[in-house]
Design a protein. Sequence first.
Length: 194
Amino acid sequence: MPVTLLAGLGNPGAKYAGTRHNLGFTVVDALAAAERLTWQHEGRFEADVARWNVRPGETRWLVKPQTFMNESGRALRKLLDFLKLPNDALAVAYDEMNIEIGRVKLSIDGSAGGHNGIASLLAHVGDGFLRYRLGIGSSERPVGMDIADYVLGKFSLSEQTIIDQNKKLFVEGARLLFTSSPAEAMNRLNRKPS
């Protein structure tokens, strides 16, 4: 079954815009713009939500939790409960340091891998959601640099160029989550580039 709800993870506010940790926000924003969707703030869910009527009677949702990264799961739990959706109807787009910048990987299950947003989801929602992992791993990261400082930092010029060049791939991958089974989406997204 394709997913019903895609959440991009990030931190709200201008201070965090364009940081590596907000790549999930960037991708769902780009998909919403491509589909001409409008974001609405929903206080009851502590999230910005865009409703996508893909066909009559068939609604998909894009979400940006506004709780800050460490409490993303709290917002998504509220939304899943309201929409009466199981965990496997949810996909989450987020930055991943262990994947090369510009690459994507789709997976189900596993640990949080040090990502506080995923740790929050595991605590509030449980496992079974799709993980749309967006690579931010870079050889430009200074040796010994604190992980928090790195992910909360802005992309360098060369890194931003890679992100810009791959934004269409990121958006097409996100769209694929709504149209394909997880197995089919994994088969297409997890291939090594030629």
